[in-house]
Design a protein around this ligand. Structure first.
Ligand SMILES: [Zn+2]
Length: 102
């Protein structure tokens, strides 16, 4: 059963079927394409999934820490973590500016 261990220690089960932590990143262009196909004719469920899967990127969201793990294929992932605003907050920027002036 394929699993993915997040840096935070949480283990994501990749084979549990569709779930709320499994996301698809789809280009607006692809959504337009599907919209056009739908306005031209009726799409079967299979055709819909086939069309949207072409170019869609699968992303797993770690629920405890919020990291996004982008599936690169071949079992490889690129991970992204939310920036913490406190690290570049206005207080510190102001202090840095003052330090330069003195
Ligand atoms: Zn995590």
């Amino acid at each position: 059963m394929p699993k993915f261990a997040c840096v935070c220690g949480h283990v994501i089960n990749l084979s549990s079927g569709t779930s709320e932590f499994e996301l698809s990143l789809v280009a607006e262009q692809k959504i337009d394409e599907i919209g056009c196909a739908l306005s031209d004719r009726w799409l079967s469920e299979d055709e819909f999934y086939e069309t949207i899967d072409q170019g869609a990127v699968t992303i797993y969201r770690c629920q405890p820490c919020g990291r996004l793990h982008v599936d690169q294929g071949d079992g490889k992932f690129t991970s992204y973590i939310k920036e913490v605003n406190e690290q570049v907050g206005p207080g510190k920027v102001h202090l840095a500016g003052m330090a330069k002036d003195s």
